[in-house]
Design a binder for this molecule. Structure first.
Ligand SMILES: Nc1ncnc2c1ncn2[C@@H]1O[C@H](COP(=O)(O)OP(=O)(O)O)[C@@H](O)[C@H]1O
Ligand SMILES: [Mg+2]
Length: 291
């Protein structure tokens, strides 16, 4: 049997190279306040992989995506076991575009900080009088460039995203930049509206796109998981203050209340958090999560 080693180990995900495809594995690791915690959140990886699968299916009419299969039987033998079953996605290998496609439907986080300072977010002027966590009149596209490890991603304007892409793909920068922006907004609108009907606000999210062998733009990475997005419970939503995170609320609250935590959560907090991930999955897909 051929052995595989991850070509990339992120904080939470691992990527395996399989020739024309990649196998992207979501682990049960959880991060909070930029740290990896010592606990594993049982089945978090599988829940997030199945959630991405749901959204890829749900939006394939808007833009093609990289998903090939989440069935380990379609993958090399090495992956056909419980370590990979459910939490792995075989994906078409793409040439990734070096832009993080961020879309915000609500004003929060760094966007709120910037708006308070000068009324803009990433160079986009917003109406006066917005309060924290307000819904924006229209979702806004606020791209960023992937920073080297250890640095924060840098927010850029749409025009700068054109320049970044033009440098790599002469004559194509404008076209690619416009395509990924328009796809980002269209994907967000369809999915945020759907999620709202299920009781979840998707405040903002990030997509990544790449090019396939024909030079066509394809949606890659993970899609609309709580790790790539801010999910808020609709119940209790109230603009004018910060909102609790749908999935990490218990984790963050407990870490804040227990500064000497050494990044280790009590079982009870882990169990409640597992349940939040399951709840998000069930609300969004209408199906019980089967472990
Ligand atoms: N279809 C794909 N083809 C090639 N690379 C991809 C594809 N989908 C996602 N990626 C890349 O795989 C990597 C996943 O790593 P991740 O764990 O998110 O860490 P990070 O975002 O810090 O690089 C990212 O660099 C992402 O751009
Ligand atoms: Mg990433």
């Amino acid at each position: 049997m051929q052995e595989y080693k991850p070509v990339k180990e992120g904080k939470v995900r691992e990527v395996y190279d399989n020739g024309d495809s990649l196998i992207i594995v979501a682990t049960d690791r959880i991060s909070a306040f930029d740290h990896i915690l010592k606990n594993k959140i049982t089945k978090k990886g599988a829940i997030l992989t199945q959630m991405s699968k749901f959204w890829f299916d749900f939006t394939k009419d808007i833009v093609p995506n990289h998903m090939i299969s989440v069935d380990v039987h379609d993958m090399p033998e090495f992956f056909r076991n419980e370590n990979f079953d459910g939490n792995s996605m075989m994906c078409k290998k793409l040439e990734m575009l070096p832009i993080e496609c961020i879309v915000r439907g609500y004003i929060t986080g760094s966007g709120w900080a910037s708006y308070k300072e000068n009324g803009t977010v990433c160079g986009i002027k917003l109406p006066e009088g917005l309060v924290e966590s307000d819904k924006l009149p229209e979702p806004i596209y606020t791209p960023s460039t992937k920073a080297e490890i250890g640095l924060h991603d840098e927010n850029i304007s749409f025009e700068e995203s054109v320049k970044v892409l033009e440098k790599i793909y002469p004559g194509k920068g404008e076209d690619y930049a416009a395509q990924i922006r328009d796809n980002t907004i269209a994907l967000y609108k369809k999915c945020a509206e759907y999620a709202l009907g299920k009781g979840i606000i998707i405040a903002d999210t990030k997509f990544e796109f790449g090019l396939d062998e024909n030079g066509d733009v394809v949606l890659g990475d993970e899609m609309l998981t709580p790790d790539s997005s801010r999910f808020w419970p609709l119940e209790g939503y109230e603009a004018g203050k910060s909102q609790p995170s749908f999935d990490k609320q218990f984790v963050r609250d407990w870490l804040k209340a227990n500064p000497d935590n050494e990044l280790l959560l009590p079982d009870e907090v882990v169990e409640k958090t597992v349940d939040k991930y399951k709840e998000a999955f069930e609300l969004l897909t209408g199906k019980a999560f089967e472990a």
